[in-house]
Design a protein around this ligand. Structure first.
Ligand code: SAM
Length: 245
């Protein structure tokens, strides 16, 4: 499977090289990741994440898995709501992102279980979590169906999967959005992280990611039911939600 070609932004590269280059991106941006999110989105990523929490059905005692959780924004918000009887796992494939996430959570007084793992091979039992989330992570995964299948497997019957991801913007705004993505974002990346390439990759990876309908179909394909999506910022971002019954 390793010799198959896959996307890395607009480039076509081998699957093993993609894993290495995605790791390079997040090693490079980890320290400034949160600042960049605020700058690029004008703080809007906080609203998108808040909406995700609101649609998750989180309760005191819930078991939650945050896949590709990175620096831990969603994990923290879930942990506040799941309380002491709940269980919130912060997971990611990248050690630099995870270490930063763990430190941020500790600074805020939360010691959550943390696991470094690939979303395509989750080290959790079947039918375990009430809620599984992946925010801005699916786009970077090589085998999206495999990863979604794993998320489905670890959900308990009645549980829900939430996928927050960049999506397809309302067409009339596409030229302005392209200008912002390819002319402005890499420059902010250069100024803040001294790395414009990682942010060029971000913009390209959004363009080759499945759109709203395609992602819905992928989720249905792994067995999720009642799949619906909510566009935010005119489709810049969409939250997809599906259930396991
Ligand atoms: N969820 C966080 C957020 O919303 O701020 C972090 C999102 S960050 C853009 C994407 C994350 O996906 C990175 O931390 C990266 O390491 C992780 N990632 C990429 N491929 C992965 C994989 N196959 N398995 C697990 N995590 C992965």
């Amino acid at each position: 499977m390793d010799n198959e070609k896959t996307h890395f932004g607009y480039q076509s590269i081998s699957e093993s090289e993609k894993a290495r280059r995605v790791a390079d991106v997040f090693d490079s941006v980890a320290q400034r990741y949160d600042l960049m999110n605020d700058l690029m989105s004008g703080g809007m990523h906080r609203l998108w994440k808040a909406f995700t929490i609101q649609r998750s059905g989180i309760r005191e005692g819930s078991r939650v898995l945050d896949v590709a959780g990175g620096t831990g924004d969603l994990s923290l918000a879930f942990a506040k709501r799941a309380g002491k009887s709940g269980q919130v796992w912060l997971t990611d494939i990248n050690n630099a992102m995870l270490a930063r996430g763990r430190d941020r959570l500790l600074d805020k007084g939360y010691m959550l279980p943390v696991a470094q793992c690939d979303a395509e091979k989750l080290p959790f039992p079947d039918d375990w979590f009430d809620i599984v989330t992946v925010a801005f992570g699916l786009r970077n995964m090589t085998h999206k169906e495999l990863a979604l299948g794993e998320m489905y497997r670890v959900l308990r019957p009645g549980g829900r999967l939430l996928v927050l991801e960049f999506s397809k913007i309302w067409k009339p705004l596409a030229p302005a959005y392209d200008f912002y993505s390819f002319k402005v974002i890499p420059r902010i990346g250069k100024l803040v992280t001294n790395d414009s390439e990682s942010y060029q990759y971000l913009s390209e990876s959004i363009r080759v990611h499945p759109d709203q309908q395609e992602l819905k179909a992928l989720m249905e394909g792994v067995g999720l039911e009642g799949v619906e999506y909510f566009n935010m910022a005119l489709g810049v971002v969409a939250l997809h939600r599906g259930f396991k019954f």
